[in-house]
Design a protein around this ligand. Structure first.
Ligand code: 3H9
Length: 687
């Protein structure tokens, strides 16, 4: 039985939801809860009800996989209303996560208690919807409107202590949740019961409060619809009666559930989960990793070391001399210090993390480590030398990984004894923050080493994508196209500011020129130099000139934009305009709308991504979407470039590419994209 009832001799009934893996509110669970409320009200032995869940979590929400299908009775709002008005009052005893519909069920209970490690949230907005079973209506009847907005419109999740502090739960209980919850309920039954939320007034907010919140949430949403709709629903909940507000919330929920954004966000949700288990490696068992080392303590190496420590792995940081080692250790320390300042880590936790990082300049110290990640300068000879040293110093079965972003892991593997244990693990900067991990097997890499990379990604809370070998792998190969297109646009009449603005409007956190100024123009210039040495002809006439002039971005006081000292606000640069005018003398010049600019950048990205898929560099279209969302800020609510292309229609994408190509502004659509357009789409299934 998915919903079990046990009636104890003390008059407390314990209702257990048991629907692995996350106790989602499938039709059977909704029906089971409704039946339980009816049956327990009719049972004279019962005084009160404890609702808890089996397995690793409380109810994690509605069953997202049911969203695309016709709804089945009973509706969740009706189930919750029945629980709320039950004659025998309910208490929710929460462990794991109470999310979405799970928290809404808990709000229908008269009391909520939780284990210290429990988490709470209404993450519906992250799925392109708003709560649909009273979340936005009951929450502001329990907690302050500001807190309700954080949870329901900003989608923030909070821990048990914070939940207790804002009044979302009545008590935080330790281990043995069931016994403690029953004891809590028996005590609570003997005191006056709290008023059910549907009968309480909503928390009031000053007149200008909602306008301020609208501006704040709207700014953060960057094109996403759901957060502002959730805010509107919360506002109605404070201004209208319960039933009217419930009806508004439900209408909005149903309206959004079938929206393009919700479809895209659901697709990403399931793609993220599938990413951890690519079927090609189903039969490979990961190696046990208990100890680790990072070679190189620069920005990337320090970020990787911090990520490993955050996941509980001890780290040995290796540098070539004592001074570099001290700088590297200081870089790692600075990451934990910053986390402490932001409130993400207590000073004690930061100290403990740092205590787990030891430093050395001697490879002999690595004799026993399970995993080494190299993050030194992007130079093949430097990297080969590191791997020769590692081959001599480490156990023959230690996993050896390179964090290269452009070099060929096969060329590095030549320096490794037992090359089947060597792999590319491409982190994104800052490595302790960015979610993406490109896993790049070399020709001889064993499947179990790829599986080890996948398991490591899970442990580091990252999204893994297995990529084949080509220049830039999946992400940076597409990035090169993005940059080249941005440059073509400014040579065709658009300004850097217009291009950046258009891409922000599309939903990117930053435009391509601002991003280059932030990261520095020198790294890409270095890659172009290497590409030219290989006989390639990368397109970057303006960027090349800027680098020659020493305009490397913010760090040199100017790049695509000018910057006043101490001010990071990009200012249009007359120097750049002059270079563009000079370089553009032969090109066409025209006015560009924001939508045309976005097309001229995003559709060529899709074209390149299709080639990547056609060549087998990416195994699934969904992998490319995850790379662009988690490594490059592609708007999640658009589902990534491949999902976006399908939603737009591949025929249309191909036709616009043809037109751009006729004007010399992009490559024509490739064979794989044309074939997919004919078939009616990429295969966006995740297997
Ligand atoms: C909602 O509630 C709407 C209501 O307001 C209105 C109703 C009227 N449904 O993440 P994991 C699967 S909207 C279906 O790897 P973890 C997941 O696909 C919902 N399936 O585990 C995976 O399957 P598989 C609001 C779900 O321990 C497996 O469970 N709620 C759902 O790392 C394990 O997932 C949310 O948005 C679901 N709701 O993390 C919560 N959730 O093994 C979404 C998970 O086949 N869920 N699955 O790949 C989560 O945040 C995490 O899953 C959770 C566990 C934190 C619970």
């Amino acid at each position: 039985m998915a919903v079990r009832i046990e009636t104890q001799s003390d008059g407390i009934a314990v209702v257990t939801v048991d629907n692995p893996p996350v106790n989602a509110l499938s039709q059977a669970i909704r029906q089971g809860l409704l039946d339980a409320a009816v049956a327990l009200d009719a049972d004279p032995r019962v005084r009160g009800v404890v609702l808890l869940c089996a397995g690793r979590t409380f109810i994690a929400g509605a069953d997202i996989s049911e969203f695309g299908k016709p709804p089945q009775a009973p509706r969740l709002p009706d189930v919750i209303a029945r629980i709320e008005r039950a004659a025998k009052p309910w208490l929710a005893a929460i462990h794991g996560a109470a999310l979405g519909g799970g928290l809404e069920v808990a709000l229908g209970c008269r009391w909520r208690v939780a284990e210290e490690t429990a988490r709470f949230g209404l993450p519906e907005v992250t799925l392109g919807i708003i709560p649909g079973a009273g979340g936005t209506v009951r929450l502001p009847r329990l907690v302050d409107a500001k807190e309700a907005i954080e949870l329901a419109a900003a989608g923030r999740q909070i821990g048990a202590a914070a939940a207790r502090d804002i009044g979302l739960i009545d008590a935080m209980l330790g281990q043995n949740l069931r016994e403690k919850a029953v004891a809590f309920l028996i005590d609570a039954l003997s005191k006056p019961w709290p008023t059910i939320l549907c009968d309480r007034p909503a928390s009031e907010a000053p007149a200008d409060f909602w306008d301020e919140q609208k501006a704040r949430i709207g700014k953060r949403a960057r094109g996403e619809i759901a957060p502002l709709r959730a805010l509107e629903s919360l506002r109605r909940a404070t201004e209208q009666g319960f039933d009217e507000a419930m009806a508004f919330e439900r209408r909005t929920f149903l309206d959004l559930r079938d929206s393009e954004q919700a479809r895209a966000l659901r697709y990403v949700f399931f793609a993220e989960r599938s990413a951890h288990k690519p079927p090609e490696y189903d039969d490979a068992a990961p190696r046990q990793i208990e100890t680790s080392a990072v070679i190189g303590g620069g920005t990337m190496g320090a970020g990787i070391a911090a990520a490993l420590r955050n996941a509980g792995l001890p780290v040995i940081l290796v540098e070539r001399d004592q001074a570099a080692l001290e700088r590297g250790l200081a870089n790692v320390g600075a990451i934990f210090e910053a986390a402490t300042k932001r409130g993400g880590l207590t000073p004690e936790a930061a100290q403990a993390r740092m205590a787990g990082v030891s430093g050395t300049t001697d490879y002999a110290r690595l004799v026993d480590v399970d995993l080494v990640i190299e993050a030194v300068f992007e130079d093949i000879e430097v990297k080969r030398a590191v791997f020769r040293s590692l081959s001599g110093a480490c156990r023959p079965d230690a996993v050896l990984a390179t964090n290269t972003s452009y070099l060929d892991p096969n060329a590095i593997a030549e320096a490794v004894t037992n090359p089947e244990r060597m792999i590319g693990l491409h982190f994104f900067s800052p490595a302790n923050v960015m979610k993406l991990l490109e896993i790049v097997p070399a020709a001889e890499t064993a499947d179990e080493i790829v599986a080890t990379g996948l398991a490591l990604a899970r442990r580091l809370a990252k999204i893994p994508v297995v990529a084949g070998i080509c220049d830039g792998f999946i992400g940076n190969r597409i990035l090169k196209v993005t940059r080249a297109q941005a440059e073509r646009l400014i040579l065709s009449g658009a300004t850097p500011r217009e291009v950046d603005g258009a891409m922000r409007s599309f939903g990117m956190p930053m435009g391509p020129f601002e991003a280059q100024d932030l990261g520095g123009l020198d790294i890409a210039a270095f890659q172009r130099k290497a590409a030219r040495a290989r006989g390639e002809t990368p397109f970057a006439p303006v960027a090349d000139r800027l680098v020659d002039m020493g305009r490397l971005g913010q760090k040199s006081g100017g790049g695509w934009y000018d910057y006043s000292p101490g001010d990071r606000t990009p200012q249009p640069s007359p120097a750049v305009a002059a270079i563009v005018a000079d370089a553009a003398a032969l090109s066409l010049s025209r006015q560009w709308s924001a939508a045309e600019i976005a097309d001229a950048i995003v559709l060529p990205m899709i074209n390149e991504a299709s080639k990547i898929l056609g060549e087998g560099i990416a195994k699934r279209a969904a992998d490319i979407d995850l790379v662009k969302i988690h490594g490059y800020g592609f708007p999640r609510w658009r589902g990534g470039p491949m999902h976006y292309a399908e939603a737009r229609g591949l025929e249309e994408v191909a036709a616009i590419l043809e037109r751009l190509s006729a004007d010399g502004l992009a490559e024509p659509p490739g064979a794989f994209l044309r074939a997919a357009a004919k078939r009616g789409g990429f295969d966006l299934s995740q297997q």
